[in-house]
Design a protein. Structure first.
Lengths: 317, 376
């Protein structure tokens, strides 16, 4: 593999990994509060369509991102109400969100007299820096060749890590996810913390979705994000609920999604491997990693929140 | 203590009116929500819904197509329900359905024309079940013996199964691919002897096989000694362990049975209306829709049958919407909304809400657990 191809692959892995970072960090914060939200795919799609629509209507990229964040959070509020207030099964509720979000996004992309589908975005995220700084070998493109949202993804991962492990609020959050009853007797409002972090998770998933429709593939299509929302849920476990590790896991999976293009560029015999088989790679990787990293005794060191997916009944302590 | 605005308390015995009324209300609520979105995009929801009703039930052919769509959903619904009852989160119905279709069509093509229908059709359906169970085992064995989270593994296996089917038809010259057609790759037709006879337009006898399999599952879980043990494991694995029930084996068996039911659906669909391993006819999200069916039916294995017909009607009505300029995705949106309200409905089935100054009637004379509900 020559150097430029390696560079192309790494850059593509960063591109494909960026939406995964947003969604994974968001889901980490949600799960740290003890709520499992399997609706990431739906929230990302709603973010993607809402952000695309806003930018398509106004031409304003910033507004697209803001609308995507609100749309993702709005959809996640349904899950918050169902799982925190009504305390129903979080697994089925999350799946409901995923199905509803998928249907609604596809519906909104095709509905109305002048549908979005097939249209290119009116504005697209471009690399922030131009000129000679991006021509420095290696670090030029890697550090200075990215768009604004890539830098934002690094900032969010770093910020979330600091928040979780070095602030008082982060401590409360982790306490709620581990042992809500004890947290509550220490004066923490369990419901409020859970609501807040489900909404934050939805907001970040919405942002991740918008990265697809406003940066990666800025033309509206029915299925703009592939399986990113489902991959993100696996990445939460593979990064053992730590935002810092999520960055590396996301890039690894970004590279795995990219592998078919890389192999095609390499020429024979690599280009002979059917793309339909290579499409399996990220999912096979996820299953093997799940079995190797999370099985048996190792699961204990992984650090899953103790109270994850368990409804909290205040009176049944 | 602040004054309570509502009191939420568990219902004692849930009457059949509540059991039936809550799901019906969930469906109506979903139609209202989807109606709002339809209205906001400039179409008349009443017109859309009457078009759907007409497409699904307005003609004998429409009814036949609705029942065709319902057939696999009965089985993927049972697949989800028997797993969820045991708190086995098999989200992989989709992949197990596809593997069922792959193995069933593979066996049919391999056996060829020589085998009489009376043998061939059962063989093909059982092959589908084995394919589904085998695919489920990839997640079930690590779940039971290593404690690997089955939600993620079954989910990922869905995408692998889909890629595998695409590989067999689009990515290779496998025995599943039709060698006669070179323009656009498609599945090789299975032998005529493997096709279930049509009884009513395109509807095959497969609907009766699906119903029989659902009733069998209901009998197995609800009426047998084995099913009793399984239900104990589902209620409390600790109790089951004290009673000397082999919990791991029960979970494994139910997981595989769940996979087998999704696989039966795949086999039945191939032997029924599809007749080949055809990705365009098989990649319809029927495994996921099965989860909606199971949830709306309250995991009741007989109630699944009418609910599957309802969901089949929606699936069947989808394409007809394009003619009036409404996206087919309206159906997915509706089904997602139905699931959201069905999940919320669980709460209202299990709990009652009353004002504090009104005493409860006799229906719930069980020790009420008082609690505050935060105003949303």
């Amino acid at each position: 593999m020559n150097e430029s191809l390696l560079m192309l692959t790494v850059m593509a892995a960063i591109g494909l990994g960026t939406p995964l970072i947003f969604a994974t960090v968001g889901e980490i914060l949600t799960e740290r509060s003890g709520i499992l939200n399997l609706g990431v795919q739906g929230m990302m799609l709603i973010g993607a369509v809402a952000g695309f629509w806003a930018t398509f209507t106004t031409g304003n990229l910033f507004l697209g991102v803001v609308i995507a964040i609100f749309a993702g959070a709005a959809l996640s509020s349904i899950h918050a109400f169902l799982s925190i207030t009504l305390r129903v099964s979080q697994i089925v509720s999350g799946l409901a969100l995923a199905i509803f979000g998928t249907g609604l996004a596809s519906f909104l992309g095709r509905a109305g007299g002048n549908p979005l589908v097939g249209n290119p975005s009116r504005a697209v995220f471009e690399p922030v820096f131009t000129g000679s700084i991006t021509e420095i070998p290696l670090i030029g493109p890697l550090l200075f060749g990215q768009d604004l949202l890539v830098y934002l993804s690094w900032a969010i991962a770093a910020g979330a890590s600091y928040y979780l492990f070095h602030t008082r609020m982060g401590l409360s959050l982790r306490a709620v996810g581990e042992d809500p009853a004890s947290a509550e007797s220490a004066g923490v409002n369990v419901s409020r913390i859970r609501y807040t972090h489900v909404l934050i998770g939805g907001a970040l998933a919405g942002l991740g979705g918008a990265y697809f429709s406003l940066a990666l593939t800025p033309t509206w299509q029915d299925d703009p994000i592939g399986a990113a929302g489902w991959i993100a849920i696996a990445l939460v476990i593979l990064s053992s609920w730590r935002p810092g590790r999520a960055v590396f896991a996301a890039y690894l999976f970004g590279a795995a999604e990219r592998v078919q293009f890389t192999l095609q560029t390499l020429g024979e015999p690599w280009s002979d491997i059917p793309s339909t088989l290579l499409a399996m790679l990220p999912f096979v990787l996820a299953i093997i990693a799940m079995i190797v990293l999370t099985s048996g005794k190792r699961a204990r060191y992984l650090g899953a929140p103790e109270a994850l997916a368990i409804p909290y009944f205040r009176e049944q302590r | 203590m602040t004054k309570r605005r509502f009191i939420v308390e568990p219902r004692g015995l849930v009457s059949w009116k509540v059991r039936l009324g809550v799901p019906v209300a969930s469906v109506l609520a979903a139609f209202i929500v989807a109606g709002i979105f339809l209205f906001l995009t400039g179409v008349n929801p009443i017109e859309v819904y009457s078009e759907m009703l007409d497409a699904a039930f307005g003609s004998p052919r429409g009814i036949s197509e609705t029942l065709i769509s319902a057939t696999p959903l009965i089985l993927t619904g049972v697949a989800a329900a028997i797993a969820f009852k045991m708190l086995v989160w098999n989200i992989g119905g989709e992949g197990q359905f596809i593997l069922g279709a792959i193995v069933a069509s593979g066996v049919a093509i391999w056996l060829g024309d020589g085998v009489p229908s009376i043998l061939m059709i059962p063989i093909v359906i059982v092959a589908g079940g084995l394919g589904g169970a085998m695919w489920a085992s990839i997640a079930a064995i690590p779940r039971v013996y290593l404690g690997t989270n089955e939600i993620i593994t079954t989910l990922m296996l869905n995408f692998i199964a889909l890629a595998l089917m695409n590989f067999l038809i689009f990515g290779s010259s496998s025995p599943w691919r039709d060698p006669e057609v070179s323009t656009f790759p498609q599945g090789r037709p299975i032998p005529e002897s493997a096709r279930i006879p049509e009884i009513f337009f395109r509807l095959t006898g497969g609907i009766f096989i699906a119903i029989a399999l659902a009733v069998f599952a209901w009998y197995l879980i609800g009426k047998t000694r084995w099913g009793f043990a399984v239900r104990i494991v589902g209620d409390s694995s600790d109790t089951a362990r004290y009673a000397g029930i082999g919990v791991a084996r029960k979970i494994l068996t139910v997981f595989l049975l769940s996979g087998a039911y999704a696989g039966f659906a795949g086999g039945l669909f191939v032997a029924g209306p599809v007749g080949a391993l055809d990705p365009r006819s098989l990649d319809l999200g029927l495994g996921f829709t099965g989860i909606i069916v199971a949830a709306l039916a309250g995991l009741h294995l007989i109630a699944i049958i009418p609910v599957a017909i309802l969901m089949g009607a929606l699936n069947n009505a989808g394409p007809s919407l394009q003619a009036i300029g409404v996206p087919t995705a309206t159906v997915t949106m509706l089904q997602g909304a139905i699931l959201i309200f069905a999940v919320a409905g669980e709460f209202f089935i299990n709990n009652r809400i009353r004002r504090p100054d009104i005493e409860p009637d006799e229906e719930s004379e069980v020790t009420p657990v008082l609690e505050e509900v935060e105003p949303a």
